[in-house]
Design a protein around this ligand. Structure first.
Ligand SMILES: NC(=O)c1ccc[n+]([C@@H]2O[C@H](COP(=O)([O-])OP(=O)(O)OC[C@H]3O[C@@H](n4cnc5c(N)ncnc54)[C@H](OP(=O)(O)O)[C@@H]3O)[C@@H](O)[C@H]2O)c1
Length: 214
C-alpha cells in the first residue's frame, strides 16, 4: 500500500521502515531490507529502525545497518523501544533516533529517557502521540483547552508533544481531514496556563518507570 502511495513522488517522501529483532543479524538485516525495498517499490529507505531489542548483539546489528548505509540502501539507522540502559549499551554511535511510546497518558520517559536523548542531541520520535484516539480525546481538560484555541483535542495532544526541542510526533492517520488537522497542529502554540492545566490532569513522572510499549 505504501509502495503504491509513494510511486512517482518518492523523492518528496521521507520513508521510514523497521526491521524485526529476529531479522536483526549480520545475515538477516540485508535480506529483510531487500524484501522491504521490493515491497515498497524503491531502492532506498531514508531511515531504518530496529523495532525493539532482541537476541542478536547490538554491535552486530549496528554493523549490518552501517553496511546498508554504505551501500546506499538506507540513509540513516535508528532504534525503537530502547530505554536509557539500552542506549548506554549502544554507545556513542551514529543512531539517528529512538522511537518510543509517548503521549499525555504515558509520560514516563520524561523522567530520564527524554532528558538523556535531548542531552545527546538524539531526536526522539513519539509513537501513538494521540494515544490511538482512545479515551484521551474526550478527557475534559484537553477538551477545554482545545475549545479555548478553537482546535481539536488531538491537535492539542500533538502540540503538547511538539513543545519540546528534539521531539518528533508520528500520528497515524488515514482520513485526509485528520492528516490536515495533524499537519496544522505544528502551528499551534500552547501557553503557560495550558501546560499547567495539562500537568495537573496528567502528572509528570516523579520516579523511573519501566519503558511503556504498545
Ligand atoms: N515502534 C513501535 O513499536 C510502534 C508501536 C506502535 C505504533 N507505532 C507507530 O506509531 C504510529 C502511530 O501509532 P498508532 O496508530 O498506534 O496511534 P496514534 O497515532 O496515536 O492514533 C492513530 C488513531 O488516531 C486517529 N487520528 C489520527 N489523527 C486524528 C485526529 N486529528 N483526530 C482524531 N483522530 C485522529 C487515527 O484515525 P484514522 O487513521 O482513521 O485517520 C487512528 O485511529 C504508527 O504509524 C505506527 O507505525 C510504532
Amino acid at each position: 500500500m505504501v509502495g503504491k502511495a509513494i510511486a512517482g513522488v518518492r523523492d518528496r517522501v521521507f520513508l521510514v521502515s523497521k526491521v524485526y529483532p529476529h531479522n536483526a543479524s549480520q545475515r538477516g538485516i540485508p535480506l529483510a531490507c531487500e524484501r522491504s525495498l521490493r515491497r515498497l517499490g524503491t531502492d532506498y529507505i531514508d531511515l531504518y529502525l530496529l523495532h525493539w531489542r532482541g537476541q542478536f548483539p547490538l554491535a552486530e546489528t549496528v554493523e549490518a545497518f552501517e553496511r546498508l548505509r554504505d551501500d546506499g540502501k538506507i540513509g540513516r539507522w535508528g532504534v525503537s523501544n530502547f530505554d536509557v540502559a539500552d542506549l548506554y549499551e549502544l554507545g556513542p554511535r551514529t543512531c539517528a533516533t529512538n522511537q518510543v511510546l509517548y503521549n499525555l497518558e504515558e509520560r514516563g520517559i520524561e523522567f530520564d529517557l527524554l532528558p538523556w536523548c535531548q542531552q545527546q542531541r538524539m531526536p526522539l520520535m513519539a509513537y501513538c502521540p494521540i494515544a490511538q484516539a482512545g479515551g484521551l480525546l474526550v478527557e475534559p481538560t484537553l477538551k477545554q483547552i482545545a475549545a479555548r484555541h478553537n482546535v481539536t483535542a488531538a491537535q492539542v495532544s500533538l502540540a503538547w508533544i511538539l513543545r519540546q526541542d528534539g521531539v518528533i510526533a508520528i500520528p497515524k492517520a488515514v482520513h485526509p481531514e485528520h492528516l490536515q488537522l495533524n499537519a496544522a497542529a505544528s502551528e499551534l502554540k500552547l501557553d503557560a496556563e495550558d501546560f499547567q492545566a495539562l500537568d495537573q490532569a496528567f502528572g509528570a513522572p516523579t520516579r523511573k518507570h519501566r519503558l511503556a510499549m504498545v
